[in-house]
Design a protein around this ligand. Structure first.
Ligand code: DCB
Length: 338
């Protein structure tokens, strides 16, 4: 009899222990989830799921408008360290970001000379997935302005990425950052986009962003000679201190093609120069009125105007005291969307 009572007591003790352990484990998790919901409402992937283009606008799986906003890394061959979970969580919960862009340069020491950089891309993508954020994989051509020059490498890269992230609603494929130089839409960028789209579409129907010529300033290209794929958006890039003159032209076509501002900066076209708050305000009001998604350049501490962080900032610190003038402005603007 005594033995039986002992056994029952031991069982009760074990059950109690397991219950307490699980209860205390669950509680903070639930709280975090609640916190996220309150902060970013229904802006994250688990609510919106697969994105698509409808009537030239970005919508969620239910067909509701969604506006993505967030920041881009600088080139991850230089500034990889800032793209960590700590910072991305702060961007999500305190700034209100629901997208993060990974600028994987192809030249300047990027993928073409060191393709193991794709492992950094995957690591950052996986963080974004854990954080329930959308994430842009950016094939960041720049000095190599003709996307056709490295189409074979791009095919391999996007084939691998889209296979790896099959059925992952978080991913957005930006297939050529800023085509530029002596090239045209119809001879170079469009045929490139068609080839890469074919590759990605074997695995994924997620949004594809295609850069337009002249560093993503010639959106007429796409207006007059659009791609057939119906989940493709066209990149508009602007730097507030330089490209104000484009705004009227953009306003005229903003509802006629699907536009995604996958990169913009508060300074001048070289990423440095004067910060221009007035022009930034003007641009952002156009974007807001038209439900256009945007990503700001850049999450780095490079000594340049468009960097969000002051030089020598610790990789785990987005505290206000480390933010540049641009960083403070972007934080305020992003918070105004919440
Ligand atoms: C784009 C690029 C981006 C570049 C920024 C600012 O380039 F997508 O990579 O970032 O806009 O120029 C800058 C960094 C610098 C770095 C440089 C080269 O901020 O720290 O040294 O890249 O890696 C643009 C955009 C527009 C124009 C020209 C460029 N434009 N461009 O209109 O003339 O030549 O880089």
């Amino acid at each position: 009899m005594k033995k039986i009572i002992m056994i029952i007591l031991v069982i009760i003790l074990i059950c109690g222990f397991i219950y307490i352990k699980n209860y205390s484990k669950d509680k903070p998790e639930n709280n975090t989830k609640k916190q996220v919901k309150e902060v970013v409402k229904n802006d994250l992937v688990s609510y919106n799921k697969n994105l698509k283009v409808l009537n030239n606008k970005l919508v969620n799986s239910k067909g509701e408008n969604i506006v993505l906003r967030g920041v881009s890394t600088h080139g991850i061959q230089w500034y990889r360290k800032f793209a960590n979970e700590h910072n991305m969580k702060i961007l999500r919960d305190e700034w209100g970001a629901n997208v993060f862009r990974i600028a994987m340069y192809t030249s300047e020491g990027g993928y073409l000379s060191n393709n193991s950089i794709k492992n950094d891309v995957k690591e950052i993508v996986d963080i974004a997935i854990d954080l329930d954020m959308y994430v842009i994989i950016d094939w960041h051509i720049l000095s190599d302005g003709n996307p056709m020059d490295h189409i074979e490498e791009a095919k391999i890269f996007f084939s691998e990425m889209s296979k790896n992230y099959k059925n992952t609603p978080n991913i957005i494929y930006e297939i050529c950052n800023e085509p530029n130089g002596n090239i045209t839409w119809s001879n170079n960028v469009k045929p490139y986009a068609e080839e890469i789209t074919k590759i990605i579409r074997k695995n994924s129907n997620n949004i594809i962003i295609v850069g337009t010529t002249n560093w993503c300033q010639n959106l007429e290209d796409a207006l007059y000679n659009p791609l057939e794929d119906n989940n493709t958006m066209y990149a508009l890039h602007f730097y507030s201190g330089t490209h104000g003159y484009m705004r009227d032209k953009i306003k005229n076509i903003i509802d006629k093609i699907p536009i995604f501002v996958s990169e913009w900066g508060t300074g001048e076209a070289d990423g440095n120069g004067q910060i221009n708050i007035k022009e930034s305000d003007e641009w952002l009001s156009v974007l807001k009125e038209n439900n256009i998604s945007w990503v700001n350049w850049s999450l780095s501490d490079k000594a340049e105007t468009t960097a969000i962080l002051k030089p020598n900032t610790d990789e785990y610190s987005l505290d206000d005291e480390n933010l540049t003038e641009s960083g403070k402005y972007i934080k305020k603007i992003m918070q105004s969307y919440k």
